[in-house]
Design a protein around this ligand. Structure first.
Ligand SMILES: Nc1nc2c(c(=O)[nH]1)N[C@H]1C(S)=C(S)[C@@H](COP(=O)(O)OP(=O)(O)OC[C@H]3O[C@@H](n4cnc5c(=O)[nH]c(N)nc54)[C@H](O)[C@@H]3O)O[C@H]1N2
Ligand SMILES: Nc1nc2c(c(=O)[nH]1)N[C@H]1C(S)=C(S)[C@@H](COP(=O)(O)OP(=O)(O)OC[C@H]3O[C@@H](n4cnc5c(=O)[nH]c(N)nc54)[C@H](O)[C@@H]3O)O[C@H]1N2
Ligand SMILES: [Mo]
Length: 634
């Protein structure tokens, strides 16, 4: 049976599930990537295959749970909805801003967007900014006037790929496949990264950088291009802010830049040579924009690509991402929030919010676990008079709830999704009946709406899909899309072919270069809390947790020379400590600690309890990777 993955992953796969005619026995299910889908290409990843275990997990929440006397007790849906109705209608009548709605991307799709807009329609306080990619998006909009890139497969038309910190092996197995194909075609790959992980599997050359310093490297390369008269003048002439940018470049020395980023002059020249002699595809990972200067950094890399003439034609482009909803139409349901709080610093924002938040509704987000400063956010949510969490598991966020509503999960409901990397739309069909009394976010919101008796209209899900389905250039109808499970919705192959999307058509050059903060002798290491290959974010089953989390460190790092590995070891930041076990990786930068995030505070994990809630320079993103830390025996 044809369906699709709705997880928050760029690959957005078209999926085939074979149940072997044995009905609902999840153990005998076969999950495959759809071979007909040009991007999915017949294979899919570990986290989709593991998803089946989530559906039938004994730890799944399958009925509404109300906290009474400090413990959660089962209640009926009727009672749960009555409670929601009573509390919410009272708050809405008083001041709708006293209700906070938080929704992230636990599952994506049209029905989720409709649900989100229902809460906006109610006038609730919403959130803005993101835990994910808003910093880099802002940088691309600054420079190009829009978020866009060439068709991802156009990478195969370049002669060199330069990768600034995209973890191909972990974050996108389909992009890894494209990279493998490219290398077979003799297109070389150079990756710039702070060390660690499987980068060596996908690169011809690796260049290790001091964490958070790619902006210095980008300018250093530009300085070499200027020196050799290798800037592309047709591109230089199509830039705004030229004087400020070139003043900035001329006022820093190559040796200073090399020292700041920790990359030798030889490697800087090697990269300058690549940008001069090749058609370059530049890939920008999401990690580099999780540093304090993330926006500035992405802008400097964009500037490098533009000024070297490597944007806007086949084989040349910068790839940060595209909007995953750009090929869907939401005009029919879109509402604008009147009032919103910054998601990356949510605890502070709730504390300072006027009017005071009295009710919170959280769905599709394990926000306590995934946003920074988890312990503080947990307490803040607990202090709200009434917190409702819609989820399938008792995770760090659900534990802060007064009422938990059990939701259906992927493959238990129909939805339609796009991708933040390719231009196909996918139809995710319901394959399994949900257990117990689980209900989709959409149906819960619809029931609530009926009780509240508002004028918001919830069409049937199929109608929502049709309303959101665009008129496609290739003429594919909604019915054909539904039958095939996917449709190509792209409008053009090459981004910025005729200049940027700014009114002037010019590329806007960045005009700042922020210094690195002073070294921190108390917490000398940089904590990079990266994604986990086997899971999407915190969607790990309780039965798979409870072990000491691992951190990865360079065995030769001077920062651990006094650590006794036979004693207990702790990861420590200014916010607290977490017991960890230590693993070694000689490729890692000696000042870096890697923690593969996702495990919960409830089960000995939860790295975000150690990460301060700070904004990046876009003012909207979370600066997770700015966190300083150390390893200690206590
Ligand atoms: N298996 C799996 N896949 C996923 C996800 C998941 O949770 N699990 N999540 C999905 C989502 S929502 C996202 S946003 C993406 C994230 O995908 P990625 O961007 O690939 O992954 P991250 O681990 O967030 O980014 C960190 C990478 O940036 C590098 N890095 C960190 N600091 C620097 C720096 O200063 N300079 C350079 N050059 N590199 C640096 C790190 O080495 C690391 O490999 O993955 C998506 N895919
Ligand atoms: N330290 C650190 N933290 C990070 C990052 C980092 O690099 N470092 N990366 C960030 C990134 S890139 C992202 S995108 C965010 C992700 O942050 P979140 O979106 O909060 O990520 P998940 O852990 O996937 O949590 C989603 C929750 O939704 C639930 N869920 C799944 N399907 C449904 C559904 O259909 N309905 C409802 N109601 N619930 C559902 C799941 O059970 C899960 O509890 O985290 C960020 N957090
Ligand atoms: Mo993300």
């Amino acid at each position: 049976m044809l369906t699709a993955c709705t997880k928050d992953c760029p690959d957005s796969c078209s999926i085939i599930i074979e149940k072997n005619n044995i009905g609902e026995d999840h153990k005998k299910v076969k999950i495959m990537g759809n071979p007909e889908h040009p991007f999915t290409n017949g294979f899919t990843c570990a986290k989709v295959k593991k998803h089946i275990n989530r559906l039938k997990s004994p730890n799944r929440i399958t009925s509404p749970l109300l906290k009474t006397g400090g413990a959660f007790r089962k209640i009926s849906w009727d009672k749960a909805l009555d409670i929601c109705h009573k509390k919410i209608s009272k708050t809405l009548n008083d001041d709708p801003k006293k209700m906070l709605h938080v929704q992230d991307h636990g599952a994506r799709g049209v029905t989720k967007v409709v649900t989100d807009n229902f809460f906006t329609f109610l006038g609730c306080t919403k959130t803005h900014g993101s835990l994910c990619d808003s910093t880099g998006i802002q940088a691309c909009i600054d420079d190009f006037g829009a978020l866009d890139h060439n068709n991802i497969k156009d990478i195969l038309n370049s002669t060199h790929i330069v990768n600034f910190g995209r973890d191909f092996s972990s974050s996108s197995i389909h992009l890894s496949q494209i990279i493998r194909k490219a290398r077979k075609k003799n297109i070389h790959v150079t990756s710039i990264w702070p060390g660690g992980g499987d980068y060596n599997k996908h690169a011809d050359k690796l260049i290790r950088i001091n964490p958070g310093t790619d902006r210095f490297l980008a300018i250093a390369i530009i300085k070499c291009l200027i020196k050799n008269n290798d800037l592309d003048l047709t591109y230089v002439n199509r830039c705004s802010e030229q004087n400020e940018y070139f003043d900035l470049v001329n006022n820093v020395s190559l040796s200073f830049l090399s020292e700041q980023c920790g990359i030798s002059l030889e490697n800087i020249k090697f990269l300058a040579d690549i940008y001069t002699k090749n058609k370059v595809s530049t890939i920008i990972g999401w990690g580099i924009q999780r540093h304090l200067t993330g926006r500035e950094t992405v802008r400097h890399i964009n500037a490098l690509s533009w000024l070297s003439g490597n944007v806007g034609y086949t084989g040349a482009g910068v790839y940060f991402g595209i909007s995953s909803i750009r090929n869907l139409d939401f005009d029919w349901v879109a509402h604008k929030p009147d009032h919103s709080l910054l998601l990356p610093i949510l605890a502070d924002e709730i504390k300072q919010c006027k009017p005071k938040i009295e009710i919170a509704w959280i769905n599709c987000s394990n926000v306590v676990n995934q946003a920074p400063d988890s312990k503080r956010l947990f307490k803040t949510l607990k202090n709200i008079k009434f917190t409702i969490v819609v989820d399938a598991f008792m995770n760090d966020t659900a534990a802060a709830a007064d009422l938990i509503l059990p939701c259906t999960l992927m493959f238990e409901e129909d939805d339609v999704v796009g991708s933040c990397m390719h231009d196909y739309l996918q139809y995710g069909k319901k394959i399994f009946n949900p257990p117990g009394e689980c209900i989709s976010d959409f149906s819960i919101a619809k029931e609530l709406n009926q009780k509240l008796n508002t004028s918001f209209s919830f069409p049937k899900t199929e109608e929502c899909f049709k309303l959101s389905f665009p008129k496609l250039d290739n003429g594919v109808s909604f019915d054909t899309f539904k039958k095939n499970g996917f449709a190509f919705a792209g409008k053009k192959e090459i981004a910025f072919e005729n200049g940027t999307e700014h009114k002037s058509g010019l590329f806007s050059l960045v005009t700042t270069l922020t210094s690195e903060p002073e070294k921190n002798p108390i917490f000398p290491m940089r904590l990079l809390s990266l994604i986990n290959k086997d899971y999407i974010h915190s969607q790990i089953l309780p039965e798979e947790q409870g072990f000491l989390p691992a951190v990865i460190i360079n065995p030769e790092s001077e920062h651990i020379k006094n650590i006794d590995l036979n004693k207990k070891t702790f990861l420590v930041s200014c916010l607290g400590k977490l017991e960890v076990k230590i693993k070694f990786d000689i490729s890692l930068h000696p000042d870096v600690i890697i923690y593969r995030k996702g495990d919960w505070m409830l089960y000995k994990g939860g790295v975000n309890a150690l990460i301060e809630a700070r904004l990046t320079d876009s003012g909207t993103g979370a600066a997770y990777y700015a966190q300083q830390a150390r390893i200690e025996n206590l």
